[in-house]
Design a protein around this ligand. Structure first.
Ligand code: SAM
Length: 223
């Protein structure tokens, strides 16, 4: 059980918890988790790559979601660093803007380091000023000490992955890819954390792989 002893909040495993992810992370035992997924509600794309009508005619679903500024994202990462066990993994979903800007400064002062990256080919063409978006990026981050052989069991996962998302949230992520990653870095029954779960695709991946889900979203879930 990785929820801190004495936690007075109604946080449950294998449930959609409606909670601020920062509070959820504060209530997880230190150095206890092998695998965390984090899919921030980026403000960057709306600020920097917008067309000017975001939230008016286009992208209404996205704009109404609680956005995370840079400071909030850094706060999440610091707390994730604390709850990951040594050599545990953070799978960080990154949008095109942050990929180009670089995410490395976010890991300054933590024990986390980028070790790999996967391109998700969404199979569906979206919008874009020049080229049109068809991909998203998953940065693979590991807590020190960096170890590949003893922590990653599936060496058949390609770094470009095509999968159509099951859409129940504006930012639904691929369940099969997340399942493969979970199987590669955890064992049956292990806890997988997702502090900003959205449509709970990581929860679905946990059900498919017999892992224990611990996660929630500030807007979606049970109080
Ligand atoms: C990009 S979406 C996650 C999508 C998810 N990975 C999926 O597959 O459906 C980010 C989510 O973060 C949530 N969010 C924003 N601020 C939050 C916070 N402080 N704590 C928890 N969730 C937050 C938003 O409500 C949104 O649903």
């Amino acid at each position: 059980m990785s929820i801190k002893q004495g936690c007075k909040l109604n946080i449950k495993i294998n449930r959609k918890n409606k909670i601020d992810g920062l509070v959820l992370l504060d209530n997880i035992e230190l150095n206890s988790i092998k695998c965390v997924f984090f899919d921030p509600q980026y403000r960057g794309v709306l600020d920097k790559l917008s067309y000017g009508n975001e939230g008016v005619s286009r992208g209404k679903g996205r704009s109404s979601l609680t956005q995370m500024d840079e400071k909030t994202i850094l706060n999440f990462i610091k707390k994730i660093d604390k709850c990951l066990c040594p050599s545990g993994y953070l799978f960080l979903w990154v949008d095109k803007f942050h990929l180009v800007e670089g995410v490395n400064p976010w890991f300054k002062g933590t024990s986390l380091q980028c070790v790999d990256m996967i391109v998700w080919d969404k199979t569906k063409i979206g919008m874009g000023y020049r080229t049109r978006r068809k991909s998203e990026y998953l940065v693979v981050v590991q807590k020190a000490p960096l170890k590949a052989k003893s922590t990653w069991t599936n060496h058949a996962i390609p770094d470009v992955w095509s999968e159509k998302a099951v859409k129940n949230h504006p930012h639904s992520k691929p369940i099969e890819l997340q399942s493969e990653l979970i199987k590669s870095v955890t064992n049956k029954g292990d806890i997988v954390v997702d502090p900003a779960s959205g449509g709970y695709s990581v929860f679905e991946a946990c059900k498919l792989t017999n892992r224990t889900f611990l996660g929630g979203d500030i807007e979606f879930g049970e109080e």
